[in-house]
Write a protein that binds this ligand. Structure first.
Ligand SMILES: C[S@@+](CC[C@H](N)C(=O)[O-])C[C@H]1O[C@@H](n2cnc3c(N)ncnc32)[C@H](O)[C@@H]1O
Length: 353
């Protein structure tokens, strides 16, 4: 994709670069990403040709970001990020934020950096229920006070051809005029399916690693879990199993509410949301549609729309299921980043910029 040289972006809480890579694919140059997890550096830099700043976002000053943006007349600065909801960062020295006891304090750090850099365009991606929080309302009021046009929506990823039933809140804000997400590209009639994305990968067994693809690799299952997955049906629940296979907690009445664990995926629909635990058969509907095992790292990466050639590790000895689980499960699907990037570029075009 041709890069538009009138616009450049910085990605806060960048991880290994799902959002960044989508923006790049759309044609936006990424200058830097900031994340305090240094294990994300290799993949972020290798795939995106952008600097990884290993830091707590709370420690970053607006001035240092302003120095990174291209210093050209009429240049458009974009600041994007996906401030996670979490308990307090041990690295944060923002005592005031800590005292408020607010688990969304990182959103206030994003807001501070918007205030200090005044980018022309802002985008934020987050969990849908953030839209119901006071802190989100105050974030929107802050943007409007700073003369941004704002829109946000609850995106169902299959509506944009992403093969995964993930829902995300996507906010766009611009000082240049009205801005919104591009129109949906798919409908239930042509949602991309799990089969289309991972159906042609070679079969492997639980605990095995494919000889030619070190991340086509899946966790071993205990003998009882092998029996359980053999008894599982696509889109079924553990209620399909023989009583002898059920967990004690599922035998109690209260256990009946946990139906979406130990599930098997269905070939002919988008996959369930890929979480950081996708490799664990017991934590969701992460059983392969027909093989008796959980998803491999490769399958999760493809369902998160990372391209096949995305480099996740420098040395195969570094591959860790837990670490890559966090990197891949935490990412914004690359193609959602692409939709955000396309929306920003369309907005500029609509405003003759
Ligand atoms: C949801 S993930 C972001 C995923 C990323 N946008 C992508 O598309 O791949 C949130 C990231 O925030 C990072 N993080 C959490 N607290 C942070 C902080 N205080 N400063 C910098 N990064 C932080 C985590 O290490 C994690 O990589």
């Amino acid at each position: 994709m041709k890069i538009n040289h009138n616009i450049s972006a910085i990605d806060l809480f960048c991880g290994i670069g799902g959002l960044t890579h989508g923006l790049k694919k759309a044609g936006i140059k990424i200058l830097a990403g900031i994340d305090q997890d240094s294990s994300c550096k290799y993949a972020f830099e290798k795939n995106n040709k952008a600097e990884f700043i290993d830091s707590d976002v709370s420690e970053i000053k607006g001035d240092s970001l302003l120095q990174k943006y291209w210093n050209k007349k009429n240049h458009i600065k974009v600041l994007v990020g996906c401030a996670p909801c979490q308990p307090f960062s041990s690295h944060s020295n923002k005592v005031k934020d800590k005292e408020t006891g607010d688990k969304w304090f990182l959103l206030n750090q994003f807001r501070r950096l918007i205030s200090e850099t005044q980018p022309e365009i802002v985008s934020m991606e987050n969990v849908p229920n953030l839209a119901n929080k006071d802190i989100f309302e105050s974030f929107i009021s802050f943007l409007k006070l700073n003369e941004y046009y704002v829109s946000y929506s609850n995106v169902y990823c299959p509506d944009y051809g992403i093969p995964q039933k993930r829902r995300r809140l996507v906010l766009l804000a611009s000082k240049l005029g009205e801005i919104s997400l591009i129109d949906k590209t798919h409908s239930p009639k042509n949602y991309k399916t799990t089969r289309e994305v991972i159906g042609d990968l070679p079969n492997i067994s639980a605990g095995e690693r494919h000889a030619n693809d070190p991340i086509h690799y899946t966790c071993a299952l205990t003998p009882i879990n092998i029996k359980r997955i053999k008894a599982s049906k696509p889109n079924g629940t553990w209620l399909d199993w023989d009583e002898s296979l059920r967990l004690n907690c599922h035998k109690k009445n209260s256990g009946n509410s946990y139906k979406s664990v130990y599930g098997r995926m269905n070939w002919d629909e988008p996959s369930p949301t890929i979480t950081t635990q996708f490799y664990n058969f017991g934590t969701g509907r992460f059983g392969h549609p027909e093989q008796d095992r959980a998803l491999t790292i490769r399958e999760a990466a493809l369902l998160q729309t990372f391209p096949k050639n995305y480099k996740f590790y420098k040395d195969p000895d570094e591959i860790s299921m837990t670490k890559l689980g966090v990197h891949i499960g935490n990412a914004v699907p690359v193609d959602l980043g692409f939709v955000i990037g396309k929306s920003i570029l369309k907005h500029l075009e609509n405003n003759n910029l």
